[in-house]
Design a protein around this ligand. Structure first.
Ligand SMILES: [Fe+2]
Ligand SMILES: [Fe+2]
Length: 192
């Protein structure tokens, strides 16, 4: 979100707010898919390829589901120049190893899962949105579980378990700060 979008907050209707939130979700899904594209060539065993391909298909489908919700509301997805992964990327830098890439994926998946669960717990969520939230949350739970397991497996085999823990801790604490700035901007945008 940039400042020009913030200045438009006074004109925001309930539908506009939904379009904004779904655009934030869509942006995170698309950039999450890009992170997986970076990973898929690095993990060549059959099990990883099978799971990565399914995982990637899920993330692009999630982006599609949010895009369709936006279209159903008569809207167009907002292009977020300063979205979640971009802010995160600027703070974290480029992960240098497969274990670091997996650790970053774990942290991003944790946020996706908790964010969707928090949204589903809100009152007055319409049926269509609830259905999408349910579908994506189920997938995120599986994503988190297999990626974390794979990260630990590779770290153990390479003798870098401590480095994996360090990466997760560092990414989690940066992610919390980045998410807080994003959440604050969203609250600001939602205030009408
Ligand atoms: Fe997703
Ligand atoms: Fe995911």
């Amino acid at each position: 979100m940039d400042s020009s979008q913030v200045t438009e907050r006074a004109r925001m209707s309930a539908v506009d707010k939904q379009i904004l939130i779904f655009s934030v979700y869509r942006d995170a899904e698309l950039r999450g898919a890009r992170l997986l594209f970076n990973l898929i060539g690095h993990m060549k065993d059959g099990d990883s390829q099978l799971k990565m391909a399914k995982h990637l298909a899920d993330e692009t489908r999630h982006a599609w589901l949010w895009t369709r919700r936006i279209a159903d509301l008569g809207g167009t997805p907002l292009m977020l120049a300063d979205g979640y992964q971009r802010r995160l990327g600027l703070r974290i830098g480029v992960p240098k190893t497969v274990v670091e890439l997996l650790a970053l994926t774990v942290v991003v998946e944790e946020r996706a899962q908790s964010r969707y669960m928090a949204h589903a717990a809100l009152p007055n969520v319409d049926d269509e949105t609830r259905e999408v939230l349910k579908a994506v949350t189920e997938d995120e739970t599986w994503h988190l579980s297999w990626i974390e397991k794979k990260m630990r497996e590779i770290a153990r085999a390479d003798g870098v378990e401590a480095k994996a823990d360090e990466a997760i801790d560092r990414y989690r604490s940066i992610e919390r700060e980045v998410y807080a700035t994003l959440a604050a901007d969203e609250v600001e945008l939602m205030r009408t």
